[in-house]
Design a protein around this ligand. Structure first.
Ligand SMILES: [Zn+2]
Ligand SMILES: [Zn+2]
Length: 411
């Protein structure tokens, strides 16, 4: 264990300058969704230079397998996509692609996992099992992880455990500090609802001859608030937010139709099903009460991300070995479920998973803008540390869960 720690910290530390160059190159060339031609090409080229054999997976993903066939396989994942926003950060490696920016730090993750790949490749023969590297597209649209699962990323060989890492900025996690969540729900699910109310249009002066869909939708909008207020136990996490409410074209015309779009956020798949059922029942019955009809549909779903209890405990142990005091202890006032969503949740539904957070800038250090902001900045001095977190998680997990007793005793 001691040998691995020193080895990995030393080797990732030596890569720091190279990782900064890789990350800044990726930062200058942000791409979104599944359209990652430059990014995927760059990652593939670097992996081949290291002697890895990257394989295409799904619409735009890459998979690398390292180690020797054994009883167990651990998956390490980095997302590679950027956001459709114009960068306003004052840095000399600012985005060269108008309208696109690595505003969530996925360029950092990609460089870190490449660094881990280089170190793990150099020690391939000493691993007690296999490491599968997953470079995924389209996290920001909650589609890339699911697409790679459909394409078989969790099989051949079967993945037994999975880990991911996300950098943070603009939040109170100091640079280089690591937060390892406790077991349980980590990030919330995200589901979109869409309601159409069909009324009967007419003259604004004669509402009795019409069925006003704006009035009906207003009653539905208020009624939906009662789901959380009156049907969910106090302390349970559920948010139902109408984000779009639209109808009508003129002040003196009663419209035919009204539409509403909104989002459901919670930490429990059963709660998602409950909310969907009640939104449908309430919308249809309120519409019927006022002589209209309602059509309800749902789209763009991402399940809640679940941190596996054993993986969380293992990650905390390994990371404390590696980074000592730089691992933030669990705090009681941290909300159980974060409001944001993360599409690695799809993997967490299939295999024991842990997702960790690495501080890469906060307001005390002058990084006052949060992720997804046009002025968000990330401190790339943490790149080698991120690479070490990925690599150390894999070697230690395999050491304790991997091949055989004899292999364990070697290290
Ligand atoms: Zn993001
Ligand atoms: Zn992100």
């Amino acid at each position: 264990m001691k040998i691995w720690k020193d080895q990995i910290l030393k080797e990732t530390g030596q890569l720091q300058e190279e990782l900064v160059q890789w990350r800044r190159n990726l930062h200058r060339h942000p791409e979104v969704g599944f359209e990652l031609e430059f990014t995927k090409g760059f990652v593939k080229e670097k992996l081949i230079e290291m002697g890895c054999e990257p394989a295409d997976c799904g619409k735009c993903g890459l998979v690398v397998l390292l180690g020797k066939p054994g009883k167990r396989t651990i998956l390490l994942r980095a997302d590679m996509d950027a956001l459709p926003i114009t960068e306003e950060a004052e840095i000399d490696y600012v985005s060269q692609c108008e309208g696109y920016m690595h505003g969530c730090g996925h360029d950092m993750h990609t460089a870190m996992l490449l660094g881990a790949a280089k170190v793990l490749k150099a020690h391939e023969g000493e691993l007690c099992g296999q490491v599968k590297l997953m470079f995924q597209p389209a996290e920001e649209i909650f589609a890339g992880s699911h697409d790679m699962i459909e394409a078989g990323v969790l099989e051949n060989p079967h993945v037994d455990a999975a880990m991911t890492l996300h950098v943070t900025t603009g939040v109170p996690l100091p640079v280089g500090f690591l937060r390892v969540p406790e077991g349980g729900t980590g990030t919330s699910s995200s589901d979109e609802f869409h309601i159409i109310v069909n009324g009967k249009g007419g003259h604004g002066a004669m509402p009795h001859l019409s069925v006003d869909p704006i009035n009906v939708m207003s009653h539905i909008c208020i009624a939906l608030q009662e789901i959380h207020a009156r049907e969910v136990p106090a302390g349970e996490f559920l948010v139902i937010t109408p984000g779009i409410f639209q109808a009508g074209k003129a002040s003196n015309i009663i419209a035919d139709q009204a539409e509403m779009y909104g989002t459901i956020r919670t930490g429990d798949q059963k709660m998602v099903e409950f909310a969907k059922r009640r939104i449908t029942e309430i919308s249809e019955s309120v519409a019927k009460t006022f002589r209209a009809t309602a059509e309800v549909s749902f789209a763009k779903s991402c399940p809640p991300m679940i941190a596996d209890h054993d993986m969380a405990a293992a990650a905390r142990k390994y990371m404390t070995e590696l980074l000592e005091h730089a691992v933030i202890p669990p705090v009681n006032d941290t909300p159980k479920v974060a409001g944001g969503s993360e599409d690695f949740a799809y993997v967490s539904c299939e295999v024991p998973t842990i997702g960790m957070f690495l501080g890469a800038g906060n307001s005390r250090e002058g990084a006052i803008y949060p992720q997804h902001h046009p002025k968000a900045e990330f401190d790339d001095s943490v790149l080698s540390r991120g690479a070490a977190v990925y690599a150390y998680m894999a070697v230690r997990w395999l050491e304790e869960n991997g091949l055989s007793v004899s292999c364990r005793s070697l290290n």
